[in-house]
Design a protein around this ligand. Structure first.
Ligand code: NAD
Length: 488
């Protein structure tokens, strides 16, 4: 096996990164580009042995990193952000080749956000530990009067971070950055369908001066090494982004040691279009759901339109969607790229064909395009309790249903086992407030989509997740919170 492969002219190490050293496994797995099915190279196929050495390296590095002054930890995180910015173009081309998402999105949005993840949590770290208050300052228990409470965020220990392929480096650094800022050490397990940018991140972090063992990267199949990581007694936190079935396995495995979990899972989010909405904006929001070929956890894949505007909405949507260009994600003109894997394509088409067999009508799409591409699809005449309305497809497939009034809109929107996000298009702020308050979702967007400040909590209700990430919620998760009470 070659230790390094060239991807888009960038050299990427195919081995694990453990304790500050490159480590190879005897076995490998192929990494295939979804753009054209080319095998990019063979990647080290981790086993429980490498999983255990990565946890051991993270454990050994923990005391010194936890004791590193915050200002120094923050300085190193900013240096990692500098490294990401310096290699932004390389990261963008490698990520696009590896997972098929648009190159222009990686250049303009995703990779700058990766750098921002490090800067944001570095700066937030320096604002912690200002939480001091008196016990019952104005009455209450006489026994506790005048005592000072000091809340501190203590580093928790080695963390296992497991991430999916649809936004590999963005989602990995959304976990790595706060964990490192908090003073924890990390074993990162990227998805086997997009292993490359995690390897580049290890190089960047080492160049930025992150001490050996603080960040470790183990490659491989989740089914082969996941359990060795998630059931390990030395692991103090597990943060996972991925599917519900995998989360259930991880939760069962973590139960052995009662390891605290953060779970960011799937969704089947609604877009509610009211008759008083700016219809052009509503159509734009709906067409935007084909971004990343529909492989977005937050995607509003269930379009719910108020009856009086349904026909006009569908007409304008169809017109706009017809102008989308599907093709090579490296081309600037491309709007919709490939889907990640032949197996995923099979799954998407299965959902669509079963829906059509059950009576759904494909207004657009409803079939594969050439290669590993699926035609952007809109299905109408779908029943609320049907598979296509209830299950996450994770491809460019939307459904459209109509509603008569606000009550019915909310009922349809909430009739799902998920609760990740919801988008409301309306020209009436009072309605937005009323409807928003009734929706079960971690994020509600009003007349917008995908915009979020990193200070805000991010996560899902119901089966879309457990816990919240972002701002203080990330630190609360990656730290052991302590209250020290001092007598007057
Ligand atoms: P997946 O659950 O198949 O895999 C995710 C990761 O888990 C991979 O790294 C995989 O190797 C690993 N894994 C698999 N089995 C494991 C096991 N037994 N133990 C430990 N790890 C194991 O998910 P996917 O197909 O890669 O990603 C798509 C899913 O992720 C969708 O459901 C999507 O909605 C969800 N997602 C959620 C968010 C969010 O923030 N809520 C963001 C992106 C994606």
């Amino acid at each position: 096996m070659a230790d390094k492969i060239a991807v888009g002219g960038v050299s990427v190490d195919t081995r694990h990164w453990i304790g500050g050293r490159r480590v190879a496994s005897s076995g490998t797995f192929p990494d295939v580009s979804p753009i054209d099915g080319t095998t990019l190279g063979e990647i080290s196929r981790g086993t429980p042995k490498e999983a255990a050495s990565a946890v051991a390296a993270a454990k050994a590095a923990f005391p010194a990193w936890a004791a590193t002054p915050r200002a120094e930890r923050a300085r190193i995180l900013h240096a990692i952000a500098d490294g990401v910015e310096k290699r932004l173009e390389e990261l963008a081309i490698v990520e696009t080749t590896d997972n098929g998402a648009l190159l222009r999105s990686h250049r303009r949005g995703v990779m700058p956000r990766v750098a921002h993840n490090f800067r944001f949590f570095a700066d937030w770290l320096l604002s912690l530990d200002h939480d001091d208050f008196d016990t019952f300052p104005s009455g209450g228990s006489a026994a506790g009067r005048g005592h000072t409470n000091h809340v501190s965020w203590d580093p928790a220990g080695p963390c296992v971070l497991i991430t999916p392929w649809n936004a590999p480096l963005m989602l990995a650094t959304w976990k790595v950055a706060p964990a490192l800022a908090a003073g924890d050490t990390v074993v990162l397990k990227p998805a086997e369908w997009s292993p490359l940018t995690a390897s580049l991140l290890a190089d960047i972090a080492a160049e930025a001066g992150l001490p050996a063992g603080v960040l470790n990267v183990v490659q491989g199949y989740g089914a082969e090494i996941g359990d060795a990581l998630t059931s390990h007694p030395d692991v103090r936190r597990i943060s996972f982004t991925g599917s519900v079935p995998t989360a259930q396995r991880i939760a069962a495995s973590a139960a052995a040691n009662l390891t605290p979990l953060s779970l960011e899972l799937g969704g089947k989010s609604p877009l509610l279009v009211f008759a008083d909405a700016d219809l052009e904006l509503a159509v734009d929001l709906a067409v935007e759901q084909y971004d990343n070929a529909g492989q977005v956890c937050l995607a509003a894949t269930r379009i719910l339109v108020e009856e009086p505007v349904a026909e006009e909405f569908t007409r304008r949507f169809t017109e706009k969607a017809a102008r989308l260009t599907q093709g090579d994600p490296r081309d600037a003109a491309t709007d919709v790229g490939p889907n990640i894997h032949p197996r995923q394509l099979e799954k998407i088409d299965g959902f669509v064909q079963r829906a059509v067999a059950a009576g759904a009508r494909a207004v657009i799409g409803g079939h594969r395009s050439d290669g590993q591409y699926y035609a952007p699809t809109l299905l109408t005449d779908v029943a609320q309790d049907s598979e296509i309305v209830q299950e996450e497809v994770f491809g460019p497939v939307l459904t459209l249903q109509t509603f008569a009034d606000e009550d019915e809109a909310v009922r349809l929107a909430n009739d799902t086992r998920f609760g990740l996000a919801a988008t409301v298009a309306t020209g009436d702020q009072a309605r937005a407030d009323r409807v928003g308050a009734r929706l079960v979702a971690g994020t509600v967007w009003v007349n917008c989509f995908f915009v979020r400040d990193l200070q805000a909590p991010f996560g899902g209700s119901r089966q879309s997740g457990v816990g919240r990430e972002g701002g203080t919620w990330s630190f609360d998760f990656y730290c052991d919170l302590k209250n020290t009470v001092t007598a007057p």
